[in-house]
Design a protein around this ligand. Structure first.
Ligand SMILES: *[C@@H]1O[C@H](CO)[C@@H](O)[C@H](O)[C@H]1NC(C)=O
Length: 306
């Protein structure tokens, strides 16, 4: 996974400090299996369990440890050492999701918790005692430690999410099944790559019970008139939050014949499949996705809104 990240200041939500706001860009390259007990650089992505530590070289930069697990996993965070003095302006925030360029994943409309409950900020000499568990397969530890020599050590583990909803894909091709488990909730699968998406099996706004008989209604985009108004959106854009992305397709209904389903090109840096569920149906959606070919890009061009 190749992600261009400009680290921004989630910390400021908690601090409301007029901190001179410095953006730095970096490229997080392909994930590597890393040994445990790793020293991490200022901004870094981690996808394997272990103990990671950071020691400040004495800089005001805002740093980020981006954590990602498999789609059906949750992130577990436990600090084992902690020395970030409040007096020198040191601060660390644990965020339930990712933040990139001032946008959040999951988006505000897709997360079960309000924004204020999605981050916790800490400073001082005592490690935060609680084991922190994220709501989805991504979490972020953001920190600014101006005092040289200070830092922290954190244990990162991965638990099981029995009902995955929001997911950041770890790969640029694969197959996914989204379900709402009969619940009222909005779920987003985010793929940080331009991709082509093909629906394989759609059952949205149709089945009222687990054991429904397939009626094969076909697909429609008139979802407000159809059933209870549940729907799937395909979006693309350059940021993380679906609320700021462009809708390329909307549909609902029931279809399992791949001859009758369609595929859609999502040509921006970030591609999203979002399922909006009222709680009146047991929705499920299976789709496959793969990176755009040169041919696709030539055919469709890069959308203007990217
Ligand atoms: C789900 O998304 C819709 C449309 O974006 C929004 O109106 C609704 O409030 C959201 N529902 C929940 C439970 O967050």
């Amino acid at each position: 996974m190749k992600i261009l990240i400009a680290v921004t200041c989630l910390l400021e939500i908690g601090l409301l400090l007029a901190l001179p706001y410095k953006k730095h860009k970096l490229e997080l390259l392909k994930r590597k299996s890393r040994s445990t007990d790793d020293f991490i650089p200022c901004t870094h992505m981690v996808s394997s369990p272990g103990e990671y530590w950071y020691q400040s070289p004495g800089s005001n930069d805002v740093c980020g440890l981006y954590l990602i697990g498999q789609p059906e996993q949750l992130i577990e965070i436990q600090f084992t050492q902690f020395d970030i003095s409040c007096e020198t302006g040191g601060l660390l925030a644990v965020f339930d999701g990712w933040e990139l360029n001032n946008q959040y994943f999951p988006g505000v409309e897709d997360h079960s918790l309000p924004m204020i409950e999605r981050y916790r900020t800490f400073c001082g000499e005592e490690a935060p005692k609680t084991l922190y568990i994220s709501s989805q397969n991504v979490a972020l530890i953001q920190f600014r430690i101006p005092q040289a020599g200070e830092g922290f050590k954190v244990k990162v583990g991965f638990g099981i999410n029995p009902q995955p909803c929001n997911v950041m894909a770890m790969t640029t091709e694969g197959v996914f099944t989204m379900k709402n488990f009969g619940l009222q909730r909005n779920c987003t699968v985010s793929i940080i790559n331009p991709v082509k998406i093909k629906m394989v099996n759609v059952d949205v706004s149709v089945s009222g019970e687990r054991t429904s008989i397939k009626r094969e209604t076909g697909l429609t985009n008139k979802c407000t008139d159809f059933g209870g108004g549940d729907y799937v959106q395909l979006l693309d854009g350059s940021g993380l939050d679906p609320a700021y992305m462009e809708t390329e397709a909307v549909f609902c209904g029931q279809e399992s014949s791949t001859d009758k389903t369609f595929d859609v090109v999502l040509g921006c840096q970030n591609s999203v499949v979002r399922m909006v569920s009222s709680g009146k149906f047991y929705n499920s959606l299976t789709f496959i996705f793969w990176p755009l070919s040169q041919h696709d890009i030539y055919d469709s061009g890069v959308p203007g809104h990217c």
